[in-house]
Design a protein around this ligand. Structure first.
Ligand code: PLP
Length: 223
C-alpha cells in the first residue's frame, strides 16, 4: 500500500519509483508488528530513541534489516548506536560529530551519516539551523570516519503546502550547494524528507527517502 503511494507520487513528479526508498519509523511499535512489515518486504527501519533501537534490533537480529538512527542523539549514547545502526541521520552539531568520529577512530571503522537541518526554524525541532550548516560541514569534512551521504529534515508542522514544500526545497538547495562547494562528496545525494502527512510534497521536491510511521502502523499513543 505504501509502496503504491510512493510510486504514484513519483509518477506525478516525473520521477522513477526506484528513486525513493521507504523507511518505516517504528517508534513505539513492538517487534511483532515490525515483523508484519518485514513480511511485506520492508527492510529499512528508523528509530528515534536509543532505548528502543537496541532492544528491537536485538529482537529482530534474525532478519536482514538496516537500522537508522533518526532521533536526537546525546553524545553519551553514540557508542550504543554505532553497534547497531548503519546510518545516523540526526547529525546536527559538531560536538556530536566529533564524538562519533572519536569512537569510529578508536574502533577503526566508519559510519554513514546525514546532516539534519531544521528547515522550518520551529523551536520544537532539533537540527542544525540552515545558517549554521556550512560551519558544521566544514567541521565534518575534517572527520574522515563520517561518510556524509546527504541531508535529513522534518517538514514544517503545518498543512500549508507552500510552507512545507519551501522547507523541503531548501534542504535540496543546501545539498546542491554543499556538493558544489566540495565540502561533501559528489555522491552525497540522499535527501531524507517526507513523513506520513507530507511525503507527496517531499517527493515532488526531490526526496530520496521517506520516513513513514503512522500511515503504516496507525496513530501512536505516545511519541
Ligand atoms: C515519527 C517520525 C517519523 C514518522 O512520522 P509519521 O508522521 O508517523 O509518519 C519520521 N521521521 C522522524 C524523525 C520521526 O520521529
Amino acid at each position: 500500500m505504501m509502496h503504491e503511494r510512493i510510486a504514484t507520487a513519483c509518477h506525478h513528479s516525473g520521477r522513477s519509483a526506484g528513486d525513493v526508498r521507504l523507511m518505516l519509523a517504528s517508534k513505539t511499535v513492538a517487534p511483532e508488528r515490525i515483523r508484519e512489515a518485514i513480511a511485506c518486504g520492508v527492510r529499512l527501519f528508523g528509530e528515534n530513541r536509543v532505548q528502543e533501537l537496541l532492544p528491537k534490533a536485538q529482537a529482530l537480529a534474525d532478519e536482514p534489516l538496516e537500522w537508522h538512527m533518526i532521533g536526537h542523539l546525546q553524545t553519551n549514547k553514540v557508542k550504543a548506536v554505532l553497534d547497531v545502526a548503519t546510518c545516523i541521520q540526526s547529525v546536527d552539531r559538531s560536538r556530536l560529530a566529533a564524538e562519533i568520529h572519536k569512537l569510529c577512530q578508536t574502533h577503526e571503522r566508519s559510519i554513514d551519516v546525514l546532516i539534519e537541518v531544521n528547515v522550518s526554524g520551529e523551536e520544537s525541532k532539533y537540527g542544525c539551523a540552515p545558517t549554521d550548516v556550512d560551519d558544521l560541514l566544514d567541521a565534518v569534512a575534517a572527520m574522515p570516519t563520517l561518510r556524509v551521504r546527504g541531508f535529513m529534515t522534518i517538514g514544517a508542522n503545518t498543512t500549508d503546502e507552500r510552507t512545507v514544500r519551501h522547507g523541503f526545497a531548501m534542504l535540496r538547495t543546501i545539498g546542491e550547494g554543499a556538493r558544489a562547494r566540495g565540502v561533501v562528496p559528489a555522491d552525497a545525494t540522499e535527501l531524507s524528507m517526507g513523513m506520513s502527512a507530507d511525503m507527496e510534497w517531499a517527493i515532488a521536491e526531490g526526496s530520496t527517502m521517506v520516513r513513514v510511521g503512522s500511515a503504516v502502523f496507525g496513530q501512536r499513543v505516545r511519541g
